[in-house]
Write a protein that binds this ligand. Structure first.
Ligand code: G3P
Length: 216
């Protein structure tokens, strides 16, 4: 199970990378916009910190320009995964870029049929958005389970990247189902570490130690 950080914030990336728990990075136009930085500059900076997949999304929505942007993004670093929207043009671009040996990530996937289309187009990764489905009273995690079943049934090689993760239960459920990757914001990483009994245990050890400190 790979854990990706869903952010374009370099300080966050460095912080969690130092703990050895970040396998890759996903960015999207909204996350880059928050940083007020050029996509190229930030992707190159991230690549200096993380030795793993880094998703860089195209902005174009038409086939020709998606392919052009995809080739450009991929030229920035060998670990760039070109993120393409789940549209007919996005799938066409995915097929072309895949044939050129470029890694791809089909994003904004909200149904099983969309995930299968992405796999058939040769996507390296498919990104179903769990949280945004939950937001509209659909079951995001059920979609992860359905994609896992169908990809296994037909031996699709496309990896399942559970995206739009909102809390630690999304991550633990995704792991149990067998998603290949979960991408999450830093706040969810923090929640994964946290357990009140760990904090209570540390406090108790330190309090007890205080009592015998003078004889050490
Ligand atoms: O990177 C795509 C995805 O993880 C976005 O999540 O929280 O904006 O739905 P969210």
């Amino acid at each position: 199970m790979n854990f990706f950080l869903d952010t374009a914030n370099l300080n966050e990336i460095k912080k969690y990378a130092e703990m050895g728990i970040v396998d890759g990075i996903t960015t999207n136009p909204s996350l880059i916009a928050k940083e007020s930085v050029s996509l190229e500059k930030r992707i190159k900076e991230i690549a200096e910190v993380i030795d793993g997949p880094i998703s860089a999304e195209v902005i174009a929505t038409d086939f020709e320009n998606m392919v052009k942007e995809g080739r450009r993004n991929a030229s920035w670093h060998k670990n760039v995964y070109v993120k393409l929207p789940m549209t007919p043009d996005g799938l066409r671009a995915c097929k072309v870029l895949t044939a050129e040996g470029i890694y791809t990530n089909i994003t904004l996937v909200f149904s099983l049929s969309q995930a299968v289309m992405a796999a058939k187009a040769g996507a390296t990764l498919v990104s179903p958005f769990v949280g945004r489905l939950d937001d509209i009273s659909e079951n995001g995690m059920q979609l992860i389970e359905d994609i896992r079943t169908v990809f296994d049934n037909y031996d699709f090689k496309t990896k399942i990247l559970a995206a739009s993760i909102r809390h630690p239960m999304h991550v633990t459920e995704a792991m149990k189902i067998g998603a290949d990757i979960a991408t999450m914001p830093a706040s969810v990483f923090d929640q994964l570490f946290k357990h009140p009994l760990t904090d209570i245990g540390i406090k108790k050890f330190l309090d007890d130690w205080e009592k015998v400190k003078s004889i050490q």
